[in-house]
Ligand binder design. Structure first.
Ligand code: HEC
Ligand code: HEC
Ligand code: HEC
Ligand code: HEC
Length: 228
């Protein structure tokens, strides 16, 4: 009996000792745990491939008046849209006069943040899809003197084909990249939008719930073979 009690006592002592050694280790590892690392990597990958600032749709939807969202105008055409860009996705030239030498960004956004009719230019103003890009003229240049440039044989790449819905009435795929095009409402809704791509369903919310990007047209859609 006595020897077994002593044995138990020894085992208990060893166990208690181990606990005393383990406590600081547990405390140290608890403090040095960094939960942010793995989550950050996931969000990063998603924003590159999927999100591309998708919340801009909702911010713009709330900021714009119902009248603007329902506004219609046929004055802007796709060919005019393409004519101002060197290739699809390139920044358009500024088609109107700008004060030289420099116009502060606030003045560009005075018209381009919310759109609206410009009496001076007799046109509806297209909304900028990227109000957070503040140095406008870093990318957009005014055509100052057309004669300054010599003719070249540069040809732009073909523009995407529209209306590629799989079924009549189904949502067509998004034929363009999403980089800097996260705010669908800026280009697709209101009187400032290009007439042929203007939509009346901004209130449907997240556009990409129904429209999926399909930039690579070489990928053939899945088809089920008929049973024999
Ligand atoms: C008085 C309001 C007003 C101001 C200020 C203004 N814009 Fe505009 N902008 C317009 C209107 C209206 C149009 C459409 C004109 C047209 O299509 O002929 C336009 C068109 C454009 C376009 C062509 C968009 C396209 O896809 O065709 C660009 C780029 C542009 N503006 C950039 C700028 C920049 C950069 C500034 C600041 C230096 C600026 N704008 C200041 C009203 C304005
Ligand atoms: C980093 C470069 C960059 C900056 C800075 C920039 N833009 Fe743009 N912008 C672009 C590109 C690229 C496009 C073409 C988008 C496309 O077609 O995918 C564009 C398109 C536009 C359009 C056309 C939208 C339409 O409906 O056709 C307007 C208007 C515009 N920008 C205004 C502005 C204004 C105003 C500013 C400053 C507040 C600005 N941009 C700053 C690169 C830029
Ligand atoms: C900078 C302006 C711009 C932005 C922002 C933009 N688009 Fe587009 N979109 C266009 C243009 C221009 C076309 C015509 C094809 C082309 O040139 O890419 C188009 C075509 C489309 C089409 C094909 C329509 C058809 O009839 O086949 C769909 C769908 C579409 N866009 C959805 C979206 C969605 C969803 C978003 C937001 C994630 C978005 N677009 C953001 C300019 C824009
Ligand atoms: C609930 C699903 C759904 C949502 C969300 C949605 N769409 Fe559509 N969209 C459709 C369908 C379906 C069509 C086919 C035309 C039709 O029958 O309305 C379409 C057509 C289009 C077209 C082709 C032009 C046209 O009118 O036929 C464009 C461009 C487009 N949508 C852009 C957008 C944009 C931008 C948003 C976000 C503001 C959006 N869609 C949100 C279902 C949706």
């Amino acid at each position: 009996m006595e020897t077994s009690d002593k044995k138990m006592g020894k085992i208990f002592l060893v166990f208690a000792g181990l606990c005393v050694i383990a406590i600081p280790l547990v405390v140290i590892s608890a403090f040095s745990f960094q939960p942010g690392e793995e989550t950050a990597a996931t969000i990063e990958a998603q924003s590159m491939n999927f999100d591309q600032n998708g919340e801009a749709i909702f911010i713009n939807y709330d900021a714009l008046s119902r009248e603007y969202l329902a506004g219609v105008s046929s004055e802007r055409t796709l060919s005019e849209y393409y004519a101002r860009r060197q290739y699809p996705g390139a920044p358009p030239v500024i088609p109107h006069k700008v004060d030289e030498p420099d116009l502060a960004r606030v003045e560009c956004l005075a018209c381009h943040a919310k759109g609206g009719w410009s009496e001076e230019l007799k046109r509806h103003t297209p909304i900028t899809p990227h109000p957070e890009q503040e140095a406008c003229r870093q990318c957009h240049i005014a055509v100052t003197d057309v004669k300054l440039f010599v003719d070249i044989d540069w040809r732009s790449v073909a523009t995407p084909r529209l209306g590629r819905s799989e079924l009549p009435g189904a949502p067509p795929p998004i034929p363009h990249e999403l980089q800097m095009r996260g705010d669908c409402i800026a280009c697709h809704v209101g009187p400032g939008a290009v007439a042929s791509i203007r939509v009346e369903h901004p209130s449907r919310g997240n556009c990409r719930q129904c429209h999926v990007p399909d930039v690579d047209t070489s990928v053939k859609p899945f088809r089920r073979e008929p049973r024999s």
